[in-house]
Design a protein around this ligand. Sequence first.
Ligand SMILES: [Zn+2]
Length: 346
Amino acid sequence: MSRSNTLDYLNNPSPQTLGRSPLEWLDRLQRPTVVRVAGRDPSRTRAMATLLHGNEPSGLFAIHRWLLEQHTPEVNLLFLLGGVRPAKIPPTLTMRQVPGGRDLNRCFKEPFEGEEGAIAQAMLAELQTANPECLLDVHNTSGTGPAFAVTITNDAAHQALASLFTDRLIMTDLRLGALMEYSEQEVPTVTIECGGAQDDHAHQLAYEGLVRYASQQDVLSLEKADWNVAVLRNPIRVELAPDATIEYRLTPSGQADLTFPPDIEHRNFGIVSPDEPLGWVGQKGLDVLTAISHNRTENMEQVLQIRDGRIYPAQALKTFMITTNPVIAKSDCLFYAVKATGDPIF
Ligand SMILES: [Zn+2]
């Protein structure tokens, strides 16, 4: 059995080991941690990673609750808790990564540099040893909104895995060094975005999905799936220029380059038609926005257009990962979009 200098190990942890709450458990964890639970069929293993981002707690909460209940899973389960260090920095569960550190979910590729690279490499070695039949990576979004799954491979096994949690699957050709790229090792792998980090229903969904993942004989056949999965292919990212300003108001103050209504998050996974305004632009118009595809092509005309200072979709769009957090909107992206059919815009 492999032993890493980077990871701690817990085998079939007792309730005493776990503490009464996930925060008590987190307090006891010192390093990235591997948790192994023996299954009814010890010849098979399923893996679940979470806490790659220290401020995304749904997976940790779900695993803690599930472990406390002392279930015997159908097959062996291998849990990988990645970002224990950032998660423990006070106030707990607020830091995506340690200050000055790298985003762990961009480090699952060579060269495995720095502390995060070492953690990613150790997690990959753990997966190689355990040889799981599938892998989940459980996250939260920064804004609120419904859950969705992300994959680099769209086939029946990946759809079946996603359907344990959600009926929306985003397929991307973008390669960033994310753990879900483990799919390339012929191990079906999906990222699950459970919904907002502060949302109780996201924590509940993570738990219910884990119960299904642990208790079903077969999680890789689509016949067994509870839902029909809608596949959204290669969404474009709409980004705001770094020096641009954004406000969330019912009417523009005239001070900002971009204004969205405060309830813009309700647009998540809805279809917006070309006659429905999304918000307002200031003097600079659409110049403060870019629309970038997975292969770095840019074409705003096919995404958004302006009429009378208002922003409209250039065609019927499905939009998601919309945030009302101006810091995220500026540092990450405003939203993602595909055609209403689920196909790429360009
Ligand atoms: Zn995340």
